[in-house]
Each structure stands twice: as structure tokens, then as C-alpha cells.
Design a protein around this ligand. Structure first.
Ligand code: FIX
Ligand code: ZN
Length: 420
């Protein structure tokens, strides 16, 4: 594609160029819960999975009086039928997650007003999983993506032990939640696999924990280590988590030159009846991130925070520590109104030195709505930014826009993790 060196003179010209460039720039989706086709049943796709997304399950419980136990006892197809009936047929599907399903259906030429799922099921039954995955990634403009890989998940570890994936469009991120958030469980699992660790983090625990991580880093070749942390996360303190961070995780990051992704602000299982849909949000203390960044300036951290109220503080903290790379609008923040606000704020405070968005997709086909929706808002925020710059007297060219779009959608992350 040729890029004109001429300054863009009007609001309309800037908006058109930004829309075209942001719409066509290939994305690296740096945090998803997707799996390559080799992972078999962990690779979720198709209409039944789309409807059983935990965002939509939460919305079902708002409109249906069904008892939680009755819901979880239902077969998956019947659950999908019920979500379709309640959220798409009886009501206009206006929420962001529901609109997403509508976008996927219309994008595939399917009827979003269908009375049931017959047509959609027939369509998906005719797809080959590998070819479908390639096509979805191409249609969404996703160059490649990063999975979330838990070495202590038995279903997943079996696949890694037999070779993992050779698909270059799916890269690994080694997830540390079980180790850093539920150490007693992780400790039992490690012991059962022959690692000499103790629940009170004594003896050889650090050495053995490092041995475990070294083996899984070798096996998965992750681009980064990752953990989600509660809103009451404190660093440093006397907790097991701080000891494991200092004794195992941060040294592993330093030794292997791997970034650490910190996703802070979740309050897990405030309603356990809702299972995966039962997590909530809380405001975190960003001073903990400052202390971690001060103590470990060599560890490059990817960082996202779940509370809207923490976003401004995160920008300020990133301005103070070059080892921090803010990323994405996570989970409850991934709604157009909030993505717009956060993206604008980050552009104003950080320029193009952050990762503008990740999809967090759990179902492959979600890429077909999450990315187009995000791209549109990112384009609007960038247009406003460049119009203001032009207004200040610095003309903007297509080359400026192309470079920034690449940085925000792919290059900043690639550089951070050292990916070619
Ligand atoms: O911890 C995470 O990575 C979260 O993104 C998920 O656990 C969460 O359930 C989710 O799907 C958010 O979009
Ligand atoms: Zn996630």
C-alpha cells in the first residue's frame, strides 16, 4: 500500500485515513484464552460456545429466575438454546456481549433474528476446525495471538507433554495464578509431580519452584509469565505470594529475560453459584506496582488494571517507570464507552507507548466482533488526537498514523517480548 507523504488537511481527511489504517493494520492479540486446534476440546468455537460465554451467562441470570443448580445441570446445547431464547428472541440483544454474537452471526451470513439455533448449528457443523481458525484470524486481521497457558491444568499439560502446538499464530503465556493465588493447591500438585516444595515455603521450595518453572518455560516457550491479582494485592509484604514472587517468579523473569504480566483488580467468586461468571472488580493500590517496579527495574511488566478508578493512576505510574507497559481494556472495561475513555486518556498521558487493546477472547469466533468494535473506537480516539495535533500546528501524515497504529496494535508488544 502506498503512503502519501502529504499532510492531511481536514478533519474528514484525517478521520478517513485513520479509519482505513486502523481498520487494516494487523493486530497481535497479546492476551486471549484461545487455544490452537491441537489443544482439541480446549479450542472453543461455534454457536454453542459463543452463547455459553460467561458474560452472557451472567446476563441470563438477570432475566431468568432459573435456580443455579438447575442451570449447571442442563446439557450445554440446552443452555445455549435458553440463552438464545431469553437474550436474543424474547428481548433485543442490546448488551455489548449480546451485540457481539449478532455481529458474528451477520458476519457469517447467518440470521440474527432466527427463532432457534438450527441454521447457526448447521453452519458451524460444516466447518473444519483448522481451516475455520485460520479464516477467523484472517477475517479479524489478527496476525497472531497469545494463549493463556496453565501448566497445572491437567487437560492442558497433557497436550504440552505431547509436543504442544507448532502453529506460529498461537504463542504461549505461562499463567501463574495457581502458584501465586492458591499456593496450598499448587503446592500439592507440585509435590504430586515430584517437586520438593512445602506449604510454608520453607526448605527447597524456591529452588524446586524454579526447577518447575524452568521446565515449563523450556516446554511452552512462553512470551511472558502472567498472573491475575486481587484488588487487595499488596507488594511487598510478609505473605506467601510476596515470598513466591521474590523467591521464584521474579528471579525466573530475570534469568529467562521474560516479562511479567500483572492483571490487577479482580475479586474472584463473589458469587460462586455463577462459577466463571461469578467474579467481580475492586479498586487496587497502584503504589504496590510502583514498589515492584522500583525494586525490580530490570523486570519488564505488562500491566492492566480492572477498575476504571485505577486507570489514571496507572498512566501516572507508567510515566514514572519505563519498565511498565500498560495494556488493553480488561474484561468489565471492554465496553465501547469505557474503551473510548481509557484509550483517550492513555494517548494524552503516554503518547503511543502502550498496547491499545487485547481481546480476552475465550471463543475463537469472538475475534470477529471484539476486534472490529475495538478498532472503530481506537480510530475515533486517534482521529481526535491527530485533529488536535493538526490544530496545534503540526500537520499529520499517513506515515505518522501508520507508525502509531502499528505501535499500538502490534509493535510495542512485540518489542517488549522480543518477538520478531
Ligand atoms: O483472568 C483473566 O485472564 C480474565 O480475563 C478471565 O479470567 C475472565 O474470566 C475473562 O474471561 C475476562 O474477559
Ligand atoms: Zn483474560
Amino acid at each position: 500500500m502506498t503512503t502519501s507523504p502529504e499532510p492531511l488537511r481536514s478533519h474528514e481527511a484525517i478521520a478517513a485515513a485513520v479509519g482505513e489504517i486502523v481498520g487494516s493494520t494487523k493486530v497481535v492479540d497479546m492476551h486471549t484464552h484461545l487455544f490452537a486446534p491441537e489443544f482439541g476440546s480446549l479450542n472453543l468455537w461455534g454457536i454453542d460456545e459463543l452463547l455459553n460465554y460467561h458474560y452472557l451467562i451472567a446476563e441470563l441470570f438477570r432475566v431468568s429466575p432459573i435456580r443455579y443448580d438447575d442451570w449447571w445441570a442442563m446439557p450445554r446445547a440446552a443452555q445455549a438454546d435458553m440463552i438464545w431464547s431469553e437474550l436474543f428472541v424474547k428481548r433485543a440483544p442490546i448488551s455489548e456481549a449480546a451485540q457481539g454474537v449478532v455481529r458474528v452471526l451477520t458476519g457469517c451470513g447467518l440470521d440474527p433474528c432466527a427463532p432457534d439455533l438450527t441454521q447457526a448449528r448447521e453452519y458451524y457443523a460444516a466447518q473444519d476446525p483448522v481451516a475455520h481458525a485460520e479464516r477467523v484470524l484472517d477475517m479479524a486481521g489478527v496476525d497472531w495471538l497469545v494463549m493463556t497457558n496453565d501448566p497445572l491444568d491437567p487437560d492442558e499439560s497433557i497436550v504440552w507433554l505431547s509436543g504442544g502446538t507448532t502453529n506460529a499464530r498461537y504463542r504461549a503465556a505461562l499463567r501463574l495464578d495457581r502458584i501465586l493465588n492458591t499456593w496450598p493447591d499448587a503446592c500439592s500438585a507440585l509435590k504430586a509431580s515430584g517437586y520438593d516444595v512445602t506449604e510454608d515455603v520453607s526448605g527447597d521450595t524456591f529452588h524446586e519452584g524454579r526447577r518447575f518453572l524452568n521446565q515449563w518455560i523450556e516446554r511452552m516457550k512462553p512470551l511472558y509469565l502472567a498472573v491475575s491479582l486481587p484488588s487487595d494485592f499488596v507488594f511487598p509484604d510478609e505473605s506467601v505470594r510476596t515470598r513466591l514472587l521474590r523467591g521464584i517468579v521474579l528471579p525466573a523473569c530475570l534469568e529467562h529475560r521474560l516479562p511479567l504480566a500483572l492483571m490487577i483488580g479482580v475479586r474472584r467468586q463473589v458469587n460462586p453459584n455463577m462459577r466463571l461468571a461469578g467474579d467481580a472488580v475492586g479498586r487496587a493500590d497502584i503504589a504496590c506496582v510502583e514498589r515492584l517496579a522500583s525494586e525490580y527495574p530490570q523486570v519488564r511488566c505488562l500491566i492492566t488494571v480492572l477498575s476504571r478508578e485505577n486507570q489514571h493512576e496507572l498512566c501516572v505510574t507508567a510515566r514514572k517507570f519505563r519498565s511498565l507497559l500498560p495494556f488493553g481494556c480488561w474484561w468489565f472495561l471492554n465496553n465501547p464507552s469505557i474503551v473510548r475513555e481509557i484509550t483517550q486518556e492513555r494517548l494524552e498521558m503516554l503518547g503511543a507507548t502502550f498496547v491499545v487493546q487485547h481481546s480476552d477472547a475465550r471463543i475463537l469466533d469472538q475475534l470477529l466482533y471484539k476486534w472490529p468494535v475495538s478498532r472503530k473506537i481506537i480510530a475515533e480516539a486517534l482521529t481526535e488526537t491527530y485533529v488536535s495535533l493538526a490544530d496545534a500546528g503540526r500537520p499529520v501524515t499517513e506515515q505518522d498514523i501508520r507508525t502509531d497504529a502499528r505501535r499500538l496494535l502490534a509493535d510495542n508488544f512485540k518489542q517488549w517480548v522480543g518477538a520478531a
